[in-house]
Design a protein around this ligand. Structure first.
Ligand code: SF4
Length: 289
């Protein structure tokens, strides 16, 4: 199938089936896209939506967030998980406010210089907020491209130069169309080409999908990471942070014993929170920064 035909089919499918999400509204600004992309990195849309909406009501601009404390950002992050993202977003807001007159920069290189903004996030902001031609490779896009173009079930663990080159081969030349193409591939990955049960019948690239045509050969790469949560340090960190979020005042350090039984693991989790700057300790009390 020529790429132009695939473009047309994917874009038409997207126009008919896309979810209406606030960060995809036409003319959405750089700040809204940056916030949504940071939140969506490791968290599903359904969990992100209410937190995103509350966040944007409270901090509609980077400068509004920069004027608040990092601790308020952690509080506003709620239970989204991986709360270091809240601190990074606050740090990025501070730079945007101080060095970019409060406007999220449009240039990829400037975006990359913001604290905590990696290749994916910079490309996503350049594409979705500023309609530039950027290679946006999130988990969903990578999985669709691996199956459709390469004929394998899953992409490599980390983005490779070959993968980027293949993504660029099919990226439309016009910036605006390229941005819609990227979000459309994301949506194909999220709604049809899921990790465990792809729905090929309605897929807009089914006729040219190398993996489907080859008869769905089983994945034979290195073992894939399965994320667990229960019983992990991450869960323990989440409980400690929840305790602090629920309190307007610093809490006695000894209070954390109530949220986790294993003393060694509890201390390790607390130490890592202190090291990450998510919690501060003062006179045997703990508080958000
Ligand atoms: S045809 Fe199936 S496997 Fe191929 S990209 Fe579409 S949903 Fe994924």
């Amino acid at each position: 199938m020529p790429t132009s035909v695939a473009h047309q089919q994917v874009l038409e499918w997207y126009a008919d089936h896309r979810r209406l999400l606030p960060w995809r509204e036409p003319g959405i600004g750089g700040w809204a896209v940056l916030v949504s992309e940071v939140m969506l990195q490791q968290t599903p849309v359904a969990r992100v939506l209410p937190v995103y909406e509350a966040w944007m009501r409270r901090w509609p601009t980077a400068s509004a967030l920069a004027a608040d404390t990092p601790g308020q950002a952690v509080r506003g992050w709620g239970r989204l998980g991986y709360p270091r993202r809240a601190l990074r977003l606050h740090a990025a807001a501070t730079v945007i406010d101080g060095e970019h007159t409060g406007v999220v920069p449009a240039a990829y290189d400037e975006l990359r210089r913001l604290p905590g903004v990696g290749d994916y996030t910079a490309a996503a902001v350049a594409a979705f907020a500023y309609r530039q031609r950027a290679i946006v490779l999130d988990t969903n896009v990578r999985r669709v491209l691996a199956r459709w173009r390469t004929g394998v079930q899953f992409p490599p663990r980390h983005v490779t130069a070959t993968e980027r080159a293949r993504a660029e081969e099919v990226l439309p030349t016009d910036g605006d169309v390229a941005a819609t193409w990227s979000v459309a591939l994301m949506e194909v990955g999220a709604l049809l080409c899921t990790a465990t049960s792809p729905a090929c019948a309605p897929c807009p690239v089914r006729d040219s999908c190398a993996w489907r045509v080859a008869g769905y050969p089983a994945y034979d790469g290195p073992p894939r990471r399965v994320q667990s949560y229960a019983g992990t340090d991450r869960q323990c960190r989440g409980r400690i942070l929840a305790l602090l979020r629920d309190s307007d005042e610093p809490i006695p350090a000894a209070a954390v014993t109530s949220v986790w039984d294993d003393a060694v693991q509890r201390q390790r989790a607390l130490d890592s929170l202190l090291e990450d700057g998510l919690v501060v300790e003062n006179d045997e009390t703990l508080a958000l920064p």
